[in-house]
Structure formats: C-alpha cells, structure tokens
Design a protein around this ligand. Sequence first.
Ligand code: HEM
Length: 210
Amino acid sequence: MHADPTPSWIRYFSSNTRMSFSRLLDNPEILKTAQTEIDNQVGQDRLIDESDMAQLPYIRCIINETLRMHPAAPLLVPHLSSEECKVAGYRVPYGTILLVNAWGIHHHSKVWEDPEKFNPDRFIGFDSVKEGCKFIPFGSGRTGCPGENLAIHVIGLALGSLLQCFEWDKPNSEIIDMSEGTGFTISPKVQPLLAKCFLQPHMVKLLSEI
Ligand code: HEM
C-alpha cells in the first residue's frame, strides 16, 4: 500500500454516518477540527478503536448535531396510552396513539438558535438532563432506545476511522444535497454520497500491516 496523490472515489450509502459525512464535507473547518482531535487523542501509531470514544468529545458533538438535524426516527415510535392521563395540561384519553415530532422539536427556532445551521459546538458541555426534552433522537425515559450507547459507538468508530485514515474532498464545489427521503425512518434522498479520498501518508505503514 502506498500514499498515492491520485484520489480514490468513495460511493457511500450508510445512512447516519453518511449524513454526518456530508455535513463535514460541506464544513471543512469542522472536519479538520475532528481530525485534529483524533490526532491528539489517538495519535498516528495505531488505529482508532471503540475505547477511544470517551476521549473524543468533539466527534460526539458532530454525531449529536447530525442526529439533531436528521433524527433517524423523526416521529420516534408510536406510543399508546394504557390509561387516561394529562400531558402538559392536555387530557389524553385511554387508548390514544401519541406521536412525538422529534424532527419538529430539533428544528424549532424557539428551542434551538439558528436551527438550520450545522454547528456541533452547540453540544459542547450539553447536559441532556438539564436541557429536558429538546434533543431526543433516541426518545427519552423508560421507552427510550436501549441501543443508544451501541449506536453512538458504532457511528463514532466508523466516522473516526474514515477521518483518521484519509483526507477528504468533495467532487465539486456544489453544496451537497441533504434532502431527506420520506418514510418511518430518515434516509438521504440522493444516494449514494460521492467523495474523493486520499490516504494519509502516515497511515500507509499501519494499514499495510493489517
Ligand atoms: C442511530 C441509531 C438509532 C437511533 C436513532 C434509534 C432511535 C430509536 C428511537 C427513537 C426509539 C423509540 C423511542 C421512543 O419512542 O421512546 C428506539 C427504540 C428502540 N431501539 Fe433504537 N435507535 C438506534 C439504534 C438502535 C440499536 C443499535 C439497537 C439495538 C442494538 C436499538 C434497539 C431499539 C429497541 C429494542 C427499541 C424499542 C424499545 C422499547 O420499545 O422498549 N436501536 N430507537
């Protein structure tokens, strides 16, 4: 394996990581900050692994910001009231199907400043307990997603590996189309994402030993 200045092309289909990656390609300074964090915390002598995630808070901010703008389950999953109750002053009769519009909350200008801007910094020091239900890509409380930690680690590892091993660029200067398809879960409408990648020179030796 050698560091070839000619780029390789990647056609990327995965949903969550693809959304993060598209946003990073359109925001090269954020991409660079993420790479610097990996360089500082993991170094160049070994590949990133799952145990590094706790030391990569900025990568976590990028994942959160992507899940804010593109929550995989925009209406969470339907819930059914097993008895009559009151929610925020509203009477909810027994047997009501309740949908929570997480996408709407995540994009609401009264909840988030400049909600259409991709800005991972807004999650620096974010405390989900103090902030209440303004960020709920995994739902909340007893019915919340039990796979949250696994999902964050898998996305972080995929994103971190791509950032550690390669330099990235867009195929052209156009803003990447982030339109979302319709359905129970969110996925990008335009598939696949096309990007140019260059192997980082310092990764050549490491990757050739795998
Ligand atoms: C980015 C990845 C993921 C997202 C955004 C996500 C999101 C969600 C959401 C929004 C719910 C419904 C919560 C509610 O309405 O209260 C849910 C439920 C659930 N998720 Fe996830 N999830 C993800 C990954 C995973 C993974 C990796 C697993 C398992 C390995 C998993 C297992 C489940 C299960 C079993 C439920 C149903 C829990 C219940 O009803 O008791 N999820 N998830």
